[in-house]
Design a protein around this ligand. Sequence first.
Ligand code: URA
Ligand code: ZN
Length: 363
Amino acid sequence: MPIVDIHTHVYPPTFVDLLRSRTTVPYIRNFPDAPDSARLVILPGEDDPSMPSTSRGRPIGPEYYDIAEKIAFMDMHQINTSVISLANPWLDFLPPEEAGEAAVRINNDVDGLCAKYPGRLFAFGTLPLSGPVETVVKEIERLKSLKHMRGVIMGTSGLGNGLDDPALDPIYAALEKHEQLVFLHPHYGLPASVYGPRASEYGHVLPLALGFPLETTIAVSRMLLSGVWDRFKNLKVLLAHSGGTLPFLAGRIESCIQHDGHLKNAGKTQNRRDLWDILKTNIYLDAVVYSKAGLKAAFEASGADRLLFGTDHPFFPPLEENANEWHSVTTNYKAILASFANDQLAVQNVFGNNATRILNLHT
Ligand code: URA
Ligand code: ZN
């Protein structure tokens, strides 16, 4: 059974150089109190000076940038093919005048990494979203010419005002026209105030387990409410972490829409595509949710032919020294196998057939 990992990140060498050249988030730095171990500091709030530098962000080793490590990880977990993507925060932080050129450099770099392992690596490109709209559209068009690119990865900030911003319409139009799937991935989480004054005692649990999925859920709900899929009926979006909490909350979102007087008066409760339709037509979900309960919601919402295996490598490594298998991977394997215990075809679809079909990975 071919196994395809569609949620797996890299920071290619050109991006590592960029992060090393910076002193504000996001950055990579060797702090004086631990000069031999570099730290990757990317999330909002990870740079809090009250935190000792040795626990800021996360350690970064070659698993983040050495493509041979990716292949070794794939071999260890019987993964045949990976669709790699630049990890957050992508190019969101770049000054507008640098974004276009950086996207070209990094996308070429990632395409080149894929070329080293024919048939084993494909990629989602990255967009210069802090730059002018025309530059973003140009890069979407250019990505079509790169052999290994199969869509784009994007965060939830869009051009700075979120994914319900009408200024994104030319970008959505270009993605739809060029049949580029968007892999939508969180980064910004929720405002730090919701985690409370004791947040620093809780490591990364609240932002990663809850901030990330709620960020995705809110971003997609804003796309829905602003009519993105009424205007772009063929726009395809793959949601990270099984859609955040979208499959679980879809009923509530739809009910709130139907009971909203403001929307009714504005004529927005009629003649619209509902979330259930979009979940089964435009949205794909990764299977990175680590439980049967989460997979069940994803399956109910979108169907087993729209669920795709992923690992989130190189994030969530085992914390034990010298561990071989990654728990973050085997937990998802087991959840998929248990969820579709009586349906071997569904298992094969989720592990690889769906990705091969949807992303055209036939070699
Ligand atoms: N943490 C991140 O910052 N990104 C991921 O993709 C996973 C965990
Ligand atoms: Zn990820």
